[in-house]
Write a protein of this length. Sequence first.
Length: 184
Amino acid sequence: MTMTPQELEDQKETLELINSELAARLARQSESGAKVDTKAVFLVGFAATGAQFLASRSFEPFTGTAAFAAYAVAVGFGISVFNLAEYEDIKPRDVLDTYARSEKGATLGALAGTRVGMFEKNARLHQRKTKRWTVALAAVAAGIVLSTVSLVLHTGGHDRHTEPGEPTPTSSSSSSSSSSAQPH
């Protein structure tokens, strides 16, 4: 959209409205990205905790290893969410140096155009962050399921609770085998 200097001056009220709306939208976009970053930090922490918990237990090797791999994916993708580039925003020095002597309409038009470009770039960045967060979330969920399966498969009947005086599953089988070995 190319406007003559007079058209820009005639439209300065509209351009002010557009410019303020774009500035507000960029602020909301940045806030949304910060929320994704915060959620990613929690996922990374949860994945690390889940991996530490599993490592401190005896687990079934195949599903346990798969759980560790899922936690590693969650940590990797979670960290990549907040390691992406920062959101674009207006650079105050550039604006001052470039538009200090321009007419208001021309300045508003240029600022609005700059903000639209920044919003579009930020939208692509936000989309990548969201996709990576979704992968991290799915990996944490898979890690939890695999950890649980691994622990259950490994413990089987070994760690079941027994009442006092009741033989444990391993002691009853060993006592019956030892009693059959003794002469009657």
